[in-house]
Design a protein around this ligand. Structure first.
Ligand code: NI
Length: 130
């Protein structure tokens, strides 16, 4: 017997619209399936991060509300020693893109990604280990 637990989630209009678009373009049968696929990706990414150790090279991308520039700057300065390159630019009326090229201890790399990911003003955060 497969146990299924129903969890209610509050989503804003932007996310709902995105889910419905994904459903059409990727051919998912329903919203639940998309949410499950998204969570599976997050879990896989998390497992990948847990396995990281030693000195790691990576690229960290983040898109956030323009009004959170200060919060990003605070996080960034905590990790100055592992940031080789940092680009920041405004991509549209309300959003900024941050690109970090990082080299340093895996724990620091995981921590900067975690801090950005946990920030509510982030639209998108992606860590790419190279
Ligand atoms: Ni900005």
């Amino acid at each position: 017997m497969i146990l299924v637990t129903i969890v209610s989630v509050s989503l804003n209009d932007d996310i709902l619209e995105g889910i419905d678009k994904l459903q059409k373009t990727l051919g998912f049968t329903g919203r639940s399936e998309i949410v499950r696929a998204g969570i599976r990706n997050l879990l896989a990414e998390e497992r990948m991060k847990q396995d990281l150790e030693g000195v790691v090279n990576s690229l960290l991308l983040a898109v956030h509300d323009e009004d959170s520039d200060d919060q990003v700057a605070l996080i960034r300065h905590l990790f100055d020693k592992i940031i080789n390159v940092h680009l920041h630019n405004k991509i549209d009326k309300h959003r900024c893109l941050e690109i970090f090229s990082l080299k340093g201890d895996a724990n620091d790399i995981k921590e900067i990604a975690r801090r950005l990911q946990a920030n509510k003003k982030m639209h998108f955060v992606k860590l790419i280990v190279v």
